[in-house]
Ligand binder design. Structure first.
Ligand code: HEM
Length: 465
């Protein structure tokens, strides 16, 4: 075979290796839309989705139509995907055909340069900086500060002396850890200013987006502007120092032309990371408190594992080490099972940038595409008896692409190691020195917007040593 023939064959085989290719100008048979119902004109099935827990909407649809189905919510036609292969297709192998999509009003609050609104070059460059600042090498240095933060949070919950809302307290804790990973040890007065303004942004995030003065949304836009000013002030003070936290990486960045990031790009990405880190970590931590409380036998086993570390550290006098946190197998399995059970990010959104054919179905350009993580995590085909909390199922690894609490592909969570480290350290101090009880008998789920235990899990805390 001559070189030309070989090159031609390579070219041909590279085409054939993309069996799902997009934009078939002359399709052999006209591809059809996935099964499903588009509901009423314009409002579609929005009411059905929001009038019941979203899981029930998704799982009843999956039962009726299978793993790919269409619907219409919040004014947008959507295709929902409930199989591991479909999620991988959208998020990993064909991610270039689907762009991230968020309502413009929310994008404005966080800042349009935040990495999760982007695809391509800009996203890759910023993501590298975020990933480096959250890599195991970087976060292992944070362990002493995380421990200090954990102990001070646990002690403050005891000192309140009455029932606390676990989710609200976990949010404060997660925010402080977010600040730590972005700024390192930040002066108290800046931290308080950031906290105050950030909580105003949060209130606006889930409110009606109008700029009419006095509304939650317009106050949030002003708070966002103030946060940018606070960050600029912090930057001015620190220009001389080379630091290895996220702010340091963003400040030191230069592209091939020697250009640095603008103040706005820096602020948007800092607000974005704080936003991505807080409610997610807090929701899962709240579920962990509930799951451990509800299974006293498991709690005893966790205590045994953690007491061994506590004794090895001279009754908790020595700090935890990175290798100790990497050697807590049962606690680690409890975290994985909590992530699966709670599936706090039930799904994500993308938008098709061209017409895409998947398994013979057409996903039209401009339609939203939603991989349904929760349906995959709760599918009995992948997890036997999926509604029962059973950490031992993680003694063997899940099948590929069936465990995606942190997403998958180019936009998967760069904070996943830090989130797990926070949980390990919090559980260590919690079970070795404290006890808690859940107050009230009502149990259930509420959406805030992530699923959390009812009323944020009211609990009482006390110290035992
Ligand atoms: C239990 C806690 C957490 C969960 C369950 C979680 C989950 C996720 C998921 C599912 C995604 C992908 C979303 C998508 O594909 O549309 C994501 C993205 C992201 N997460 Fe997390 N996350 C957690 C904690 C954190 C923390 C602690 C940080 C940072 C300190 C963080 C920073 C980010 C960022 C910056 C992105 C966007 C990445 C990109 O677009 O390239 N997350 N997270």
């Amino acid at each position: 075979m001559d070189t030309i023939t070989i090159l031609f064959l390579i070219f041909l085989s590279s085409l054939l290796s993309f069996p799902f290719i997009i934009k078939q100008h002359k399709p052999l048979s006209k591809p059809k839309l996935p099964p499903g119902s588009m509901g009423w004109p314009y409002i579609g099935e929005t009411f059905q989705l929001y009038s019941q827990p979203p899981n029930i909407f998704f799982s009843s649809k999956q039962k009726r139509y299978g793993e790919i189905f269409k619907t219409h919510i919040l004014g947008c036609p959507c295709v929902m995907l409930a199989s591991p292969e479909a999620a991988r297709f959208v998020l990993v192998t064909h991610s270039h055909l689907f762009k991230p999509t968020y309502p413009k009003s929310k994008e404005k609050l966080i800042g349009s340069s935040a990495l999760f609104f982007h695809q391509g070059d800009y996203h890759t460059r910023i993501r590298k900086l975020v990933q480096t600042s959250l890599s195991p090498e970087s976060i292992k240095k944070l362990i002493p500060d995380i421990e200090t933060q954990v102990i001070s949070s646990l002690e403050s919950w005891v000192s309140i002396g009455q029932v606390i809302n676990a989710f609200h307290e976990m949010k404060k804790f997660s925010f402080n850890i977010g600040i730590l990973s972005v700024f390192g040890n930040l002066e108290n007065n800046y931290r308080e200013q950031l906290k105050e303004n950030y909580s105003i942004i949060e209130k606006g995030y889930n409110s009606f987006p109008t700029r009419i003065p006095g509304t939650a949304y317009s106050k949030a836009l002003l708070a966002r502007q103030r946060i940018q000013e606070i960050i600029s002030e912090i930057v001015c003070k620190r220009k001389e120092q080379i630091k290895k936290d996220l702010l340091g990486h963003l400040l030191n960045y230069k592209n091939e032309k020697g250009e640095t990031l603008s103040d706005e790009e820096i602020a948007d990405n800092i607000i974005g990371v704080l936003f991505a880190a807080q409610d997610t970590t807090a929701s899962v931590l709240t579920w962990i408190l509930k799951y451990l409380h509800d299974d006293q036998k498991l709690l005893e086993a966790i205590k045994t594992e953690q007491m061994a570390v506590y004794e090895a550290n001279d009754g908790g006098k020595m700090p935890l080490t990175w290798s100790q946190t990497k050697n807590m197998p049962l606690t680690h399995r409890v975290i994985l099972e909590s992530l699966r059970m709670s599936s706090i990010i039930s799904f994500t959104f993308r938008e098709a940038v061209v017409d895409v054919i998947y398994k013979g179905y057409l996903i039209p350009k401009g339609w939203k595409v939603m991989p349904l993580f929760r349906n995959i995590h709760h599918n009995p085909e992948f997890y036997i008896n999926p509604q029962s909390f059973d950490p031992s199922r993680f003694e063997v690894s899940p099948k590929p692409n069936t465990f995606m609490p942190f997403g998958n592909g180019v936009h998967s969570c760069p904070g996943n190691e830090l989130a797990k480290l926070n949980m390990l350290i919090l559980i260590h101090h919690l079970v070795t020195k404290f006890r808690w009880e859940v107050v009230g008998t009502e149990s259930g789920v509420q959406y805030s917007p992530f699923p959390i235990p009812l009323q944020g899990l009211p609990i009482r805390f006390w110290r035992i040593q």
